[in-house]
Design a protein around this ligand. Sequence first.
Ligand SMILES: CC1=C(CCC(=O)O)c2cc3nc(cc4[nH]c(cc5[nH]c(cc1n2)c(C)c5CCC(=O)O)c(CCC(=O)O)c4C)C(CCC(=O)O)=C3C
Ligand SMILES: [Fe+2]
Length: 375
Amino acid sequence: MPDVLDASPYDALLLLSFGGPEGPDDVVPFLENVTRGRGIPKERLKEVGQHYFLFGGVSPINDQNRALLDALRKDFAEHGLDLPVYWGNRNWAPYLTDTLREMVRDGRRRILVLATSAYASYSGCRQYRENLADALAALEAEGLELPEIDKLRHYFNHPGFVEPMVDGVVRSLAELPEEVREGAQIAFCTHSIPNSAADTSGPVEEHGDGGAYVRQHLDVARLIADAVRERTGVDHPWQLVYQSRSGAPHIPWLEPDICDHLEERHAAGVPAVVMAPIGFVSDHMEVLYDLDTEATAKAGELGLPVRRSATVGADPRFAAAVRDLVLERAGDERGQEVTPCALGTLGASHNLCPVGCCPARAPRPAAAGADSPYA
Ligand SMILES: CC1=C(CCC(=O)O)c2cc3nc(cc4[nH]c(cc5[nH]c(cc1n2)c(C)c5CCC(=O)O)c(CCC(=O)O)c4C)C(CCC(=O)O)=C3C
Ligand SMILES: [Fe+2]
């Protein structure tokens, strides 16, 4: 028997994710959930609906979260961490409010949240905290006793998140035709967000303009590129590029877009590109459509060999990283000295989002942060 690990004061982990459609009839209601009150142009929505229909109306994201749940439960059991793991989504079943109600009925009082976004930003952090506040408000209205909720820190620079992606890039390079391999460049890809959202994505006094979102991605990109150089003995030039832009065209979002980038690299004589989706935790629709379908077709037109490297998904090293993050946070919560595990130059991210961190356009209550009305 392994030693028993102590997650106290926490009595449950909640995997909190985006959710996705599981059949053609789900696509439109799913997109309505995603875009409620967000001002995304109708044309863009129709287009994005087509991305899902191309895959039978099924996003892979729910199955990937089921696989991650299995991996977490297996890892916890094997290491003597007695902590039940639940799963709830922002935009599709199992909905967060239903999961949280089930957790309260199961007697869970101190809940730790793992969001499937590794980086700072409104979309990846505060929006999930708003979802938690909404769910708590719903349970309060039902007369249930509310649990205490904390959210795990951003884990972009945890080795269990970075190392599987290093393997992925090394593998993708090896899959390129030999004659273009050595000259290949790496395009680290992440979700574009409005420039204004990037600028305010982390504590402004700490990160300034450009924000935590871009700085965190640059740190991960550099870590992976360095590790790849060590593994392959080749220095592959790299860039951070963006994908999945939406919103009105006159509002500036982070650039360059991956498709424009491929065109520009090709024109500059680069013989091949590996697209490494470091902004995402699993190979969901943004990866399957925007990179594997759209960007890969663009590369085909150009005659530019490309490969897309794997996300962490349910890699056992990622599950182990989550265990480590849970124990780190639990120890900290018990007042113990803990040394947070983080690679790169930025250090471990804050445990508690400070007041006003990654703000929304219109302020709304957000749980699990210094400005939570439920603290
Ligand atoms: C930073 C970020 C992440 C990464 C962090 C995280 O993972 O949270 C992410 C993930 C995801 N985004 C996803 C899907 C969508 N995102 C949309 C819209 C938007 N995303 C934004 C940002 C992000 N998004 C933003 C600023 C918008 C504009 C509207 C708004 O301000 O909210 C739209 C609407 C249509 C469109 O415009 O594309 C859809 C359908 C899926 C599910 C994929 C699947 O089904 O497999 C996932 C994992
Ligand atoms: Fe998105």
